[in-house]
Design a protein around this ligand. Structure first.
Ligand SMILES: Cc1cc2nc3c(=O)[nH]c(=O)nc-3n(C[C@H](O)[C@H](O)[C@H](O)COP(=O)(O)OP(=O)(O)OC[C@H]3O[C@@H](n4cnc5c(N)ncnc54)[C@H](O)[C@@H]3O)c2cc1C
Length: 318
């Protein structure tokens, strides 16, 4: 497995992560962004962003985010698509784990936003890590030749179900509604020979034993009774509005509302770890606020890594 060292590793490539990367890259710090999926964060799914200063009111969130990402890359950021499933924040070098490799850095920035949700299906929390997963790229290979289910309707669910079709004998895709007629991605997925689409269907229960998940109970809109669906794994992709901190365990202190606790410089209570954007559960969740957090953290990181007593502003060029 590849091991990559950098000065700064940023988890999450939304406006917070991309702005932070722009500043750290311009400060000549080797910067890596690890981003689960550029299409699923809060800004990426914003249809129109009319209140970000200086951009056209017609611009989509996705187009603005692409500009931010490209600008960071232009200044040297190494942007990688990878889902972080764990970190070790205990040592001087912070370690970040993804299916694509392990990343080590002196400064770790948490910028995964707040599109998470608590486990809410019956059995979901009981079997998390034992058949319930949120990451097909992390866990898909465990299900070679076996039956799995994917629950959810968003872009991420469709992409992750496609990943699973390479491993599983059958992928049962469970959606509460019909996909729209012009959703080409959904059509491509449903056309795959090992996909069975259960539309207008609800997941009622995830069941299993000591060995993990053994099956589901589902309910279609046309049926009164619940149906058993024997599967070995279930991948859940539903969006909510809870800070995404599940990959951290108990390593970083959070506030009562679930947001990560930071000081004025976006430093967490763990030395060498910063948190920016919606992951802080700020009262004003806006793209410009997330970008501002990214700038503050980057300048604080530059000071931290270069043992500067004062923060050097970006516009002093000598
Ligand atoms: C529907 C909607 C409309 C909005 N409209 C506006 C608006 O008009 N104007 C405005 O200013 N704000 C708007 N907002 C709010 C704004 O989009 C957010 O405040 C902002 O995007 C937060 O930025 P962020 O970088 O913290 O998180 P996000 O933009 O959510 O980005 C987080 C990134 O982290 C990645 N990620 C998550 N988990 C992992 C992981 N485990 N490993 C690696 N990467 C991971 C995600 O893929 C994503 O790319 C809107 C939000 C929503 C949901």
């Amino acid at each position: 497995m590849e091991v990559i060292e950098a000065d700064v590793v940023i988890v999450g490539g939304g406006p917070a992560g991309c702005t932070c990367a722009l500043y750290t890259s311009r400060a000549n710090l080797k910067t890596v962004i690890l981003d689960k999926n550029p299409a699923v964060g809060a800004l990426a799914i914003t249809h129109q962003i009319a209140n970000y200063p200086g951009v056209s009111s017609e611009m989509s969130g996705d187009a603005l985010l692409t500009l931010m990402r490209d600008q960071a890359i232009e200044y040297g950021t190494d942007y990688r698509r990878a889902q972080v499933f764990g970190v070790d924040a205990s040592g001087d070098l912070k370690v970040v784990y993804t299916p694509e490799g392990t990343f080590k850095a002196k400064a770790l920035v948490l910028a995964t936003g707040a599109m998470g949700r608590p486990a809410s299906f019956k059995g979901e929390a009981d079997f998390l890590g034992r058949g319930v997963s949120y990451c097909a790229t992390c866990d898909g290979a465990f299900y070679k030749g076996r039956e799995v289910a994917v629950v959810g309707f968003n872009k991420e669910a469709i992409e992750e179900a496609q990943v699973l079709t390479k491993f599983a004998s059958t992928v049962h895709w469970i959606t509460s509604n019909d996909p729209s007629k012009d959703d080409d991605h959904a059509k491509q997925l449903i056309a795959l020979p090992n996909v069975k689409h259960w539309n207008r269907t609800r997941l009622m229960l995830i069941e299993g034993n000591e060995g993990g998940v053994t099956g589901l109970q589902i309910k279609t809109r046309s049926d009164e009774k619940e149906l058993p669906l024997p599967v070995d794994g279930v991948f859940v992709y539903m969006s909510g509005s809870k800070p995404i901190t599940d990959f951290l365990g108990d390593q970083i202190a959070c506030k009562e509302d679930g947001g990560i606790l930071v000081d004025d410089f976006m430093s967490t209570t763990s030395e060498g770890v910063w948190a920016i954007g919606d992951i802080r559960n700020t009262p004003f969740k806006q793209a410009v606020v997330a970008a501002s957090d990214g700038c503050i953290a980057a300048m604080a990181i530059d000071r931290y890594l270069n043992s500067r007593k004062v923060i050097r502003v970006d516009w002093v060029h000598s």
